[in-house]
Ligand binder design. Sequence first.
Ligand code: IPM
Ligand code: MN
Length: 360
Amino acid sequence: KTSFNIAVLPGDGIGPEVVNESTKVLNAVGEAFNYTFEFRYGLMGAEAIFKTGNPLPDETLQICKESDAVLFGAIGDPSFDHNPDAKVRPEQGLLKLRKELGLFANIRPLKTYASLIDKSPLKKEIIEGADIQIFRELVSGIYFGEKFTDEESGYAYDICTYHRDEIAPIVHMAFQEARKRRKKLTLIDKANVLDTSRLWRKVCKEIAQEYPDVELDFMFVDNAAMQLILNPKQFDVIVTENMFGDIISDEASVIGGSIGLLPSASIGNENALFEPIHGSYPQAKGKGIANPVASVLSTAMMLDYLGLEQAAERLRQSVEYAIENKYVTVDLNADLYYSTSEVGSFIADYIKYSEKSYYN
Ligand code: IPM
Ligand code: MN
């Protein structure tokens, strides 16, 4: 297969700017490797609410279901964040999309770059060489359990539920990834307090029988929050439930020096979506200062998913080349920096140039 149908959901805030660099880079990949990427755009998030009243219009869902992969920017808008009474919220669009597409595994890789080691507030010795893959369960748990608010009595709840069938698939995926890496898997949970966590442990232990070559260990989430910044190199692959994964992946982003560097893939049995882990950064909207690297690296994960590993590798090398040569946005170098689109164009040009010089 050489022709691919990509659903593009730019979303809110800086989403459209960073996604624009990803489509630019994909076009460069297409030129260099003779692939065709056809983009179909859809509305989602606050933009979709303003235009249609619905954070995930049916048409967008349809476009995504018909695609080979979805490229997504960011979601969220301050006008909703400051209004706790808003019944329709941008985030509902993303949550519904994850559920509808069955994207049960959210994979968040984390690494450090030699030239950016001093960007992290953490000490160099602590973070140098850290390399972690976080597998976050994405379509169950407290995010999707029953919710209730009673204004009168001032009472509200969110229920966290898991069934073993919602746990096993992502645990298998995480074990398989660990097998390809340093063969260590850590389950992060709160099994000293929560029944759902005890179920996660039980299921993990059972599945571990099938992966005797991988070492499985367990860590309570409060301790894990501390260990991640005290000694991140102890982790290889992490697997965890939905909300713990949300929280610890933002925390772990500090290791890499900028949240603007971190990509993610959300994978299901039939669909896949690729997005930066950062949010919509509304203060930067339209200024051309957002770092496109997280979105561009999410695109590399998409190429891997589509089976285009060589192109993915070339794309990663091009990003690395840009970063190591300080061709970066302001978050990474306040003295000498380039705009969102300059960084994207640099990466795109390098893909085309390096591909030609290597193979022709
Ligand atoms: C993320 C985001 C989302 C989440 C929000 C926007 C609903 O924080 O992808 O990590 O909590 O999952
Ligand atoms: Mn988050």
